[in-house]
Write a protein that binds this ligand. Structure first.
Ligand code: DX5
Ligand code: ZN
Length: 245
């Protein structure tokens, strides 16, 4: 099933001194989701922000809040992020031994459950939890910092996870080093949800952000175009054969 492309700007690249204005700017600029990178200085070598910041910015937009937890352990904090207004909560497969339990806990809080994979983690890590997730996040940089370079090694993993997902209603998200130049490659490999920090918050105004979002979306959609055509040819054929019968 081909889903529309979602662009999720990461507010890690926003000007934190003007965070409220930056949220409004990406909202107006056409962001589909707001990606919130939570880092604990333990699971990843950097500290960003927590549930209180998410709670403070939640009223500023109606867009989906996509909360990426780069923290370990996770379970004790899930309720706080749910209450702060997260819509999707992603935990890392590497964050603890009880991934299945964490994913169940997220859904029990009434939220969409995501699982993230660091670059060195194989896709087999999520084989037995696929029925518990609404989103798989493939890290295309080592988590911890914005502005890093995209790791080509992850393209094959994206392809394999796309195949593993099959017809399940699961979004396949890529995160790290995504730009208008590589959005096509990841979309062609099967990603349908693109996080971008530095590549969106380049420039100053909402108009600049809109140009950046539009360019990333256009590159992703163009790379999927042949597949969509195949699907529509296929559906025309199905309709024709139905009429013939
Ligand atoms: C990295 C974060 C990413 C990152 C994206 O740990 O999960 O969301 O900030 O930023 P860019 O697009 O600048 O790599
Ligand atoms: Zn992220």
């Amino acid at each position: 099933m081909t889903k529309e492309i979602i662009i999720a700007p990461s507010i890690l690249a926003a000007d934190f001194a003007r965070l409220g204005e930056e949220i409004a700017a990406i909202d107006t600029a056409g962001a589909d989701w707001i990606h919130c990178d939570v880092m604990d200085g333990h699971f990843v070598p950097n500290i960003s922000f927590g549930a209180d910041i998410i709670k403070a910015i939640r009223p500023l937009t109606k867009k989906i809040f996509d909360v990426h937890l780069m923290i370990a352990p996770t379970d004790a904090y899930l309720e706080a992020f749910a209450k702060a207004g997260a819509d999707v909560i992603t935990v890392h497969a590497e964050a603890g031994p009880h991934l299945d339990r964490s994913l169940q806990a997220i859904r029990a809080l009434g939220k969409k459950a995501g699982v993230g994979l660091c670059p060195a983690t194989p896709e087999s890590a999520i084989e037995y939890v696929l029925d518990r997730v609404d989103l798989v996040l493939v890290m295309t940089v080592n988590p911890g910092f914005g502005g890093q370079s995209f790791l080509d090694s992850q393209i094959e993993k994206i392809r394999r996870i796309r195949t593993m997902i099959g017809d399940r209603p699961i979004r396949l998200e890529v995160d790290g080093g995504i730009t208008r130049d590589n959005a096509g490659v990841v979309a062609a490999a099967g990603a349908d949800t693109l996080v971008a920090g530095s590549a969106v918050f380049r420039g100053k105004s909402s108009a600049d952000y809109a140009d950046n979002i539009t360019a990333i979306r256009a590159a992703a959609e163009a790379a999927r175009a042949p597949k969509l055509q195949d699907n529509s040819v296929q559906s025309m054929r199905t309709k024709e054969s139905a009429l013939i019968r």
